[in-house]
Design a protein around this ligand. Structure first.
Ligand code: FAD
Length: 392
């Protein structure tokens, strides 16, 4: 102890899905961790409405959450495995269908409400002796010196560690206070989200229809309803939010081309602005960024939290195996080298899809339709793509 300053190995600002998972991975391997989180995780009850924010948790993320000690609780609370993914284009009759059975897998992943994942990782963290969740709390400032980083909280208390991790989301405070630059691409689009009941069964399939305005995804939930993410130009999203429920249900069923029949019921609706971003660099002396603090991507392939959890696994692996300084540039540069490429490639791929499917020239539409049909008929290539998306 330095005076009244409590010492840790690592301080994580932000105990969201990525920050809390990272903390569990580190603490389970014997590192002493503090997590500063502004808000208490929501309580879960089985009869509560579905959270508007859900994520398609990949196999790689599932494995990370198993290691963190949170997966069993997620399954016990509420999660829906999906066994297939069907993607098609409003222009033409081509489609691409991915089937878990073709890969010899029980499912392609799980649709999990963000507040369920959050609850489970927070509970797992609270069980670990060498982790302190400081919540509700906020950081005020930090000072980096040769050997440590000292964080002052808004309540005046100080804590120190060898490394400060920013896992504090897209508007990261750590990133800003560290003076790390972030390049943002405002897509001018919003993701309209809602939970709906459809006339036909979702068949535990994730359905995604590309429209020139953006993709519309129906993600299967355990009780037979679906969570939708409808990417739209922001003014269109506002328009659909303003419709009464009857008109919205008709517009939504039409947008999915009645693939799941009529929309029987719609709950609360919300919209989130969509932005791509990359922090440059991800690391500085005694500072590292993970998850949305380091990068955000278009949600069209549902990879945002999956990339963040890969950051957490990579950084935890390097720290757990480190012999020397945990906040030195040697270790931190290795983390950045390991993760930036994957994050940037995934971001560019999502942007490429967005632009390709947003193109309305007839020649592009014809080529797109032909391409989808061809792609669907080459299982080796198709299965390789889905394996990559699953993080296998
Ligand atoms: C419409 C939409 C749909 C999406 N769908 C998917 C999907 O299907 N699959 C997928 O993988 N991803 C999806 N994403 C992306 C995904 O939600 C994010 O990538 C994920 O939430 C990032 O997790 P995180 O822990 O890095 O950040 P966050 O979830 O933003 O967590 C940050 C945490 O830090 C805390 N915090 C912030 N600032 C401070 C501070 N100053 N002090 C203390 N605490 C602080 C916050 O309270 C929060 O708990 C979607 C995104 C959108 C917008």
């Amino acid at each position: 102890m330095k005076g009244k300053t409590k010492e840790y190995d690592i301080i994580i600002n932000g105990g969201g899905m990525v920050g809390a998972t990272l903390a569990c991975l580190l603490a389970k391997s014997g590192r002493k961790v503090a997590v500063i989180e502004a808000y208490e995780a929501a309580k879960f009850s089985a009869d509560s409405e579905y959270d508007l924010r859900v994520s398609a948790i990949s196999r790689a993320s599932q494995n990370a959450l198993i290691k963190a000690g949170a997966w069993n609780d997620i399954i016990a609370m509420r999660a829906s495995p999906y066994e297939a993914m069907d993607v098609w284009d409003e222009a033409g009759d081509g489609n691409v269908r991915f089937e878990a059975a073709e890969l010899g897998e029980p499912d392609l992943g799980h649709i999990v409400e963000n507040n369920v994942t959050q609850r489970a990782v927070t509970d797992a963290l609270n069980k670990l002796d060498n982790a302190d969740l400081i919540c509700p709390a906020k950081m005020k400032s930090f000072v980096v010196d040769d050997e440590s980083v000292t964080v002052t909280l808004e309540n005046g208390k100080t804590i120190s560690a060898q490394l400060l991790v920013g896992a504090d989301g897209a508007n990261s405070q750590v990133r800003e206070l560290a003076g790390i630059d972030v390049k943002r691409d405002d897509y001018g689009q919003s993701g309209l989200v809602a939970v709906v009941k459809t006339e036909k069964s979702h068949e535990f399939t994730a359905w995604q229809r590309f429209q020139s305005t953006g993709p519309l995804a129906f993600l299967p939930l355990a009780d037979g309803s679906s969570s939708i993410v409808w990417t739209l130009p922001s003014d269109r999203a506002d328009y659909y939010l303003s419709l009464n429920k009857t008109d919205f249900k008709v517009a939504l069923a039409e947008a999915l081309d009645y693939k799941l029949g009529k929309i029987i019921k719609v709950g609360k609706r919300g919209a989130f602005p969509l932005r791509g971003s990359q922090a440059t660099p991800y690391v500085k002396e005694r500072i590292a960024l993970v998850g949305d603090a380091a990068h955000t991507i278009h949600p069209l392939a549902g990879q945002g939290v999956n990339l963040g959890l890969k950051d957490a696994v990579e950084l935890a692996g390097l720290i757990v195996n480190a012999k020397g300084d945990l906040g030195g540039m040697k270790l931190l540069r290795r983390y950045e080298r390991a993760r930036r490429g994957d994050n940037v490639i995934t971001m560019r791929a999502m942007e490429g899809f967005r632009l390709l499917f947003g193109h309305s020239a007839t020649s592009v539409k014809t080529a797109r339709n032909f391409g989808m049909k061809m792609f669907n008929q080459i299982p080796v290539v198709k299965n390789e793509v889905i394996r990559k998306a699953m993080g296998l």
